[in-house]
Ligand binder design. Structure first.
Ligand code: SF4
Length: 93
């Protein structure tokens, strides 16, 4: 019987062509008064890291799921897809 795959095992097949310009920007000043900081636990790629009362965001490993755009009620997330050809290239199999 095979072991169930972990998320890391699945993601390792993917390839990222990271743009030098971030496709998502986070205004961490707006995060200061956010009590939940739900983005930290929601993001499947772990792109949001708490730093005191603020958030440090790194876009490089983004999976382009859009969850952070929906969950942020403070309007701190400025979300776009990467420019064509950049970002994650999903590899299934
Ligand atoms: S789009 Fe998804 S993977 Fe990318 S930063 Fe937002 S929650 Fe994380």
């Amino acid at each position: 019987m095979s072991k169930p795959l972990r998320l890391e095992d699945i993601l390792i097949n993917n390839v990222w062509d990271v743009d030098y310009e971030p496709h998502i920007k986070v205004d961490s000043e707006k995060c200061v008064n956010c009590d939940s900081k739900a983005c930290i636990n929601l993001c499947p790629a772990g792109c949001f890291t708490p730093l005191g009362s603020k958030i440090v965001f790194s876009y490089e490993g983004c999976l382009e799921c859009g969850a952070c755009r929906v969950i942020c009620s403070n309007g701190a997330v400025y979300w776009n897809y990467p420019v064509s050809g950049k970002g994650i290239h999903y590899r299934f199999g």
